[in-house]
Design a protein around this ligand. Structure first.
Ligand code: NAI
Ligand code: MN
Ligand code: ZN
Length: 338
């Protein structure tokens, strides 16, 4: 089989590998479709501190179970599945708190273990989630990016009276936006981003207001309208944003961060305690595949609005380069496998 392997930073190879056999509690997935994510590009470029090389990248993928391990129900053969990339031990403290996404021995497919940019992938059977027949491949492969939004929103329990502000209209901001509007029915969702084409994507995904915060000062824009966001999601993840978010938030507001920058940012106790703000963080997803599959089944979200390109997996280098270069026209790129 062919696998897309990052041998070392900046070196991508189409490797010919033996088709793997599933272990006791594993299934083998014949991959049909996979999504390119920022972290794939970061591993390719050597910017992901968690990655080990060589690595088959890809953690957003969909396929058909074509072999089952000895302990797995053979009735699962032929199931169309989306794969949760989060592999956890099941018994450490975070796992016992239903937070396997921060398991003390966390392994993420496509990062710590070989992932889905391959004709076949072997994964724990428990990570392979059946997709109802009426959900298309293109929508189903978007389950993982929406689980990030499901995790973010589960932290903060949004409600219709919230005034939400999302920084960033990349895939993460847009999935969160769709969850806030489609699932939680938040009354007012504002999206800030410095690229106008991304703001157009946000409008297409249901944003009530968009603002180009490079051309226009966000604090003044909000003050003119007498808006104090009660819920702020930083899906742009620049370290300077937290300080601004703390300043802009309503008293009793909630803020979610999801970035991995190692740069410091300056915040003061008074700015947080004075308004009794709550600051959450969110990483990957904690058991959110069934949640998002339910959202998809009920038509509460529309992943198609994020998909801008679909290309043959052999074009992966061009696809990653396009993804890195062209924020204006490119959002989610899907790779098709034979
Ligand atoms: P992206 O790069 O496509 O989107 C980020 C967007 O933020 C871009 O459109 C950019 O123009 C915009 N932006 C940059 N500076 C801004 C600012 N000051 N204010 C408002 N918008 C600004 O990336 P993607 O895939 O949407 O991911 C966003 C971030 O989320 C990344 O930093 C990524 O590392 C992080 N991430 C975190 C995850 C988690 O589980 N915690 C999972 C996936 C991504
Ligand atoms: Mn992803
Ligand atoms: Zn654990």
């Amino acid at each position: 089989m062919k696998s897309i392997v990052i041998e070392r930073p900046d070196t991508l190879r189409f490797a010919e590998r033996a088709v793997p056999e599933p272990g006791r509690h594993e299934v083998r997935v014949k991959v049909r479709l996979a999504g390119i994510c920022g972290s794939d590009s970061h591993i390719y470029r050597g910017h992901n501190p968690f990655a080990r090389y060589p690595r088959v990248i890809g953690h957003e993928f969909l396929g058909i179970i074509d072999a089952t391990g000895p302990e797995v129900d053979p009735a699962r053969l032929g199931e169309r599945v989306a794969v949760d990339p989060v592999i956890s031990c099941g018994h450490c403290y975070p796992c016992q708190q239903q937070r396997p996404n921060v398991c003390t021995s966390l392994a993420v497919l496509g990062v710590h273990r070989d992932g889905g940019f391959s004709e076949y992938a072997v994964v724990p059977a428990a990570n392979a989630w059946a997709i109802p027949a009426h959900i298309s491949d293109e929508y189903a492969v978007m389950t993982e990016p929406f689980t990030i939004a499901a995790n973010v929103t589960a932290q903060v329990c949004p409600h219709p009276d919230d005034v939400a502000l999302i920084y960033g209209a990349g895939p993460m901001g847009l999935t969160t936006l769709q969850a806030l509007k489609g699932v939680y029915r938040v009354g007012l969702v504002i999206v800030a981003n410095p690229v106008n084409e991304r703001l157009a994507m946000a409008q297409h995904s249901g944003a009530d207001e968009v603002i180009n915060n490079r051309e226009c000062a966000l604090d003044a824009w909000l003050a003119e309208r007498n808006i104090r966001p009660t819920l702020i999601v930083d899906a742009a993840c620049h370290p300077a944003i937290l300080d601004e978010a703390i300043r802009l938030a309503s008293p009793a507001g909630r803020i979610v961060i999801m970035g991995f920058s190692t740069a410091s940012c300056t915040v003061t106790q008074q700015a947080i305690t004075g308004k009794e703000l709550t600051i959450y963080s969110s990483r990957l997803n904690a058991g959110k595949f069934p949640v998002v599959i339910d959202w998809l089944a009920r038509g509460l979200i529309d992943p198609g609005k994020l998909i801008t390109h679909k290309v043959d997996y052999q074009q992966v280098i061009q696809a990653i380069e396009l993804f890195e270069r062209d924020q204006q026209h490119c959002c989610k790129v899907l790779l098709t496998f034979p």
